[in-house]
Design a protein around this ligand. Structure first.
Ligand code: HEM
Length: 520
């Protein structure tokens, strides 16, 4: 028989254990009885902001390894749900896409994008639906993208011709391109890619290039670049309640900078719109501004007014430039790190083009399966927008059994999901072959691979981005062989490095310098 002493010995540890379990469970629910996702420890006022670091996708990956695929963080006063698994992403962007289709209201996009009257930063609702449908059906449809084939072919040819010209000029030395010890010309490919994307977008959207020597032209390129940087800048006042005077001290300089840029941009965009209006009826080729103004004429300014036209133009530049050229930058970086992969790609491209043709055309691309796999793999390993664009829940809901309150911001760590070892074999390795015999693609159906997002808010620029990238990469590896510079001192030390620069779009930290030799 169990004595009273034995009973006490068993009872107290058991009771303590049960009380601990109860308290622990209780702690996991807040005082309203909600079951909240796991959270890393936060500190007063700033919450978890101190845990983000310069490359938040990496810091959030580490936190998720400790706290799980669904975490609740706090950026100051704002609750932020972070999803780091394909399952969590599917739940948010597919099963509950409507609930998570809002974008948070943020000060900088509001100031730069005409009170967020663009597509990417616009709040979910009737206005966004109208603008998104103009984007999807009129500006970025497959048919429209194909109609700009000539622009892409001319601009990609110009890029390779410019490289070829540099090779004919031993001894050429300018700010961007230097000479190797043995007089091989060292080329800054990153600059070439930025120029390519900027020129393609200018011709498609505005009707002409703005990269010439004239001041106005140069100014637009600078303004577009500054906008991308400012839109990726963290604005403290959006997250932390601070007294007005302190807010002014902390953000005053930033706001003044954004306001000044917004005014300069508006002057420029206004002149572009007026120039297009004055040419209506002339038999010139159609660009995006023409299409937007025609939509305005057909449906009235209530449907789409001038500010909306200007906001969409700016949106296309901000959403389409860095995201697209950075894929080329990373793909070339990885191809230089994996010479066998480079050879395999060159063999494919040269075989498809054949001996009788001088250069690659868009018709060739459908036959270049390995080329497509190389670009897909680059998008996987170097997801250009690693945390996608932030979303916001429009009502209280439950995700994977956890309560999520209305107004919670949401980040999906697509970069980390694309490196999840439970989904991908040797995920850190650049191996395009993994895409050769699979139907996994980036169109938003396979949640282990979502570089363009998914659902209602998914990227409408996929076709636009893919075709120009495929053509540019094919032309480069067809026409040249590439190597890294020998005397890799100074900035070139990190040429083949995969270091990332901080920002909304993750570009290479150091420009990609290469040595090119003609292959033909
Ligand atoms: C490789 C290149 C690109 C990548 C990786 C990319 C990625 C993305 C991502 C991750 C989003 C947010 C999706 C979400 O919230 O689920 C997005 C949205 C968007 N992208 Fe792209 N993008 C690229 C190229 C382009 C291009 C070339 C354009 C236009 C010409 C464009 C226009 C847009 C727009 C307008 C949105 C906002 C959609 C909305 O909020 O409804 N993107 N993109």
């Amino acid at each position: 028989m169990v004595s009273f002493t034995h009973f006490l010995i068993l009872f107290f540890p058991l009771a303590s254990f049960l009380i601990f379990l109860y308290k622990w469970q209780h702690l996991r629910r807040n005082h309203t009885g909600k079951r909240l996702p796991p959270s890393p420890r936060k500190i007063p006022v700033i919450g978890n902001l101190h845990q983000l670091g310069p490359l938040p996708h990496r810091s959030l990956q580490s936190l998720s390894q400790k706290h799980g695929p669904l975490m609740l963080l706090h950026f100051g006063r704002v609750p932020v749900l972070v999803a780091t698994s394909a399952e969590a992403a599917r739940e948010i962007m597919k099963n509950q896409d409507l609930i998570f289709s809002n974008r948070p209201k943020l000060t900088i996009p509001d100031k730069l994008m005409y009170e967020s009257r663009d597509v990417a930063f616009s709040r979910y609702g009737e206005y966004w639906r109208k603008m998104k449908s103009i984007c999807v059906l009129q500006l970025l449809s497959t048919k429209r993208v194909h109609s700009f084939r000539r622009v892409r072919e001319e601009e990609t040819s110009l890029m390779v011709d410019n490289i070829a010209k540099l090779l004919l000029l031993p001894g050429c030395n300018n700010n961007n391109n230097n000479n190797d010890d043995d007089n091989r010309v060292v080329i800054n490919l990153s600059d070439m890619f930025i120029l390519l994307m900027n020129d393609v977008l200018c011709r498609v959207v505005l009707g002409r290039k703005y990269s010439g020597g004239e001041d106005d032209d140069r100014e637009f390129k600078t303004m577009s670049h500054e906008s991308s940087i400012l839109l990726g800048t963290f604005c403290v006042a959006d997250y932390i309640n601070i007294p007005n005077w302190l807010g002014w001290l902390i953000t005053g300089g930033l706001y003044a900078k954004v306001d000044k840029l917004a005014k300069r941009l508006d002057r420029f965009l206004e002149s572009v719109v007026e120039e297009h209006r004055s040419k209506i009826g002339e038999n010139t080729s159609t660009d995006f501004v023409d299409i937007l103004l025609e939509t305005q004429r057909e449906n009235g300014k209530d449907h789409i007014d001038d500010d909306a036209v200007k906001a969409i133009i700016l949106d296309i530049f901000v959403a389409g430039t860095d995201t697209t050229y950075t894929v080329l930058e990373w793909a070339m970086t990885e191809l230089l790190r994996y010479p066998n992969t480079m050879s395999k790609l060159q063999n494919e491209v040269r075989k498809v083009v054949g001996e009788n043709k001088e250069f690659v055309t868009e018709d060739d691309l459908d036959k270049m399966h390995y080329l497509k796999a190389v670009i897909k793999e680059s998008l996987r390993l170097h997801t250009p927008v690693p945390l996608l664009a932030p979303r916001e829940s429009i009502k209280d809901t439950k995700v994977m059994g956890y309560d999520v309150a209305a107004g919670t911001h949401v980040l999906v760590n697509a970069w980390s999901i694309a490196r999840d070892p439970t989904m991908w074999e040797n995920p850190e390795e650049f191996n395009p072959d993994r895409f050769m015999n699979t139907d996994v693609d980036f169109k938003g159906q396979h949640f282990e691979y979502i570089p363009f997002g998914a659902g209602r808010r998914g990227c409408p620029g996929i076709t636009f981005a893919m075709v120009v990238n495929e053509l540019a990469l094919a032309k480069l590896v067809h026409r040249f062989n590439f190597d890294l510079p020998d005397n890799d001192g100074g900035a070139r030390k990190n040429d083949s490095d995969v270091a990332e620069a901080a920002g909304l779009t993750v570009r290479k930290k150091f420009p990609l310098f290469v040595v090119a030799t003609p292959s033909l």
